[in-house]
Design a protein around this ligand. Structure first.
Ligand code: NAP
Length: 225
């Protein structure tokens, strides 16, 4: 068994999640920010790849006091369980995700991760080993399900999102498309990795809605199975 997996990103009109320098950029506005905060507050877990932690140092916390209170009223911690996918435990010990806000953290790594670093990070997060070379995403999702996570939001980046699509582990995709062109052949996109070659391998989506938000558009897709 695994959680329901929702991927949420903000991308430019040309499909980039960031610049070629991979620094955090503002793609959406206040309205979309509130929508994402709401999504986060409705999730049991929120996952990112180590590339995103190293590039953006996100805290992944719920920002609105009212939404935090709503979670408290529901008897759950203020923030969803925060999960970092990090094969060799490159996560800095002072990463914001490990220190900001209340709630549990999980770092998913592989058998080759250094036990000393695992012990250091273990002071702030539950370190789970899954896989040998890269984190076995199917296995880690099963572990998260066993921890009670039923609804998992994935915030990026493109390498992790690609791997989840490739392993057929995504159920829903929400994508805010902002009114700018970022460009750059090496800038991260919604799904990077190796990509599919054959048309019959493409992941097919059903469009649920397309809604204008501010100067952009929010697309909601279901994954066709
Ligand atoms: P990423 O997807 O956050 O993390 C990828 C890393 O995760 C891999 O390089 C790998 O590193 C690790 N990993 C471990 N197991 C994996 C597996 N089975 N499959 C895939 N990855 C696995 O990194 P990224 O693609 O470089 O994306 C970061 C960029 O995206 C930044 O520029 C950030 O600003 C941007 N971003 C944008 C948004 C948005 O909504 N606009 C959201 C998030 C991020 P190891 O091999 O070391 O484990």
């Amino acid at each position: 068994m695994r959680p329901h997996v929702l991927v949420n990103v903000a991308m430019s009109a040309d499909g980039k999640l960031s610049t070629r320098e991979r620094c955090q950029v503002r793609i959406s506005g206040r309205e979309d920010f509130s929508r994402v905060d709401q999504l986060k507050s409705e999730s049991d877990g929120i996952m990112v790849g180590i590339g995103t932690v190293l590039a953006d140092d996100p805290s992944l916390t719920v920002k609105s006091p009212a939404l935090k209170e709503g979670r408290n009223d529901r008897g759950v911690e203020e923030n969803p369980v925060r999960i970092v996918v990090d094969s060799t435990l490159r996560c800095p010990v002072d990463a914001s995700v490990l220190h900001k806000g209340e709630g549990r953290r999980v770092i998913a790594c592989t058998a080759r991760a250094d036990p000393g670093k695992a012990a250091l990070l273990g002071a702030y997060a539950t370190v789970i080993r899954a896989g040998d070379d890269r984190v076995d995403l199917k296995e880690i999702l099963a572990s998260l399900y066993d921890m009670g996570i039923r609804r998992l939001m994935v915030e990026g980046g493109g390498t992790l999102i690609w791997a989840l699509f490739e392993a057929d582990l995504v159920d829903e995709l929400t994508c805010f498309v902002g009114n700018m062109i970022i460009g750059g052949g090496t800038a991260p996109t919604l799904a990077d990795g190796t990509g599919f070659i054959r048309e019959d391998a493409f992941i097919r989506l059903d469009l649920e809605s397309a809604v204008r938000i501010g100067e952009g558009v929010l697309l909601t897709w279901r994954i066709r199975r």
